[in-house]
Design a protein around this ligand. Structure first.
Ligand SMILES: [Zn+2]
Length: 145
């Protein structure tokens, strides 16, 4: 049964999008990109203390997929703080749980917030081929409103 497998459901976007080591100019630092869905996996599993089963249901992904997202996120964060890299949290394939709109790039698949300054150009690849995405609320689990 085909479902929306490509986009992970994210409750909210992170409050801060860049963490930078103090006292070192940004141009001398390497950067690690953590996607919004990876951030959400960390938030659910490690911050909220949710089981991987519940967290995978919340994000509308399979448990192995959730595990892969979480492992990737943990490894990037560990690498970043051990080696003193900038951590940038943005992008990835996700839709917001509140149903707010997102733009998806038809060329590279990146998602952009509808509040993005430039709604006509993909931030990731520069493509102009964008389309609106909207999470279908009727498919949400455990929400009978
Ligand atoms: Zn793109």
């Amino acid at each position: 049964m085909p479902r929306r497998k490509r986009h992970r459901l994210v409750t909210r976007e992170p409050p801060v999008s860049v963490y930078k080591p103090a006292g070192i100019p940004a141009k001398e630092l390497e950067e690690i990109l953590i996607t919004i869905d990876e951030f959400e996996a960390i938030r659910l599993a490690d911050f909220e203390g949710m089981s991987q089963r519940d967290a995978s249901t919340t994000m509308q992904v399979s448990q192995p997929t959730f595990n892969r997202i979480l492992s990737s996120a943990r490894s990037k964060i560990a690498k970043g703080i051990v080696q003193g890299f900038v951590l940038r949290i943005e992008g990835g394939r996700y839709v917001l749980a509140d149903g707010s709109g997102l733009l998806e790039c038809l060329d590279c698949g990146a998602s952009m917030d509808m509040n993005a300054e430039d709604k006509s150009t993909c931030k990731t690849c520069g493509s102009k081929r964008l389309r609106w995405l909207r999470w279908d609320k009727s498919k949400r689990q455990g929400d009978d409103k």
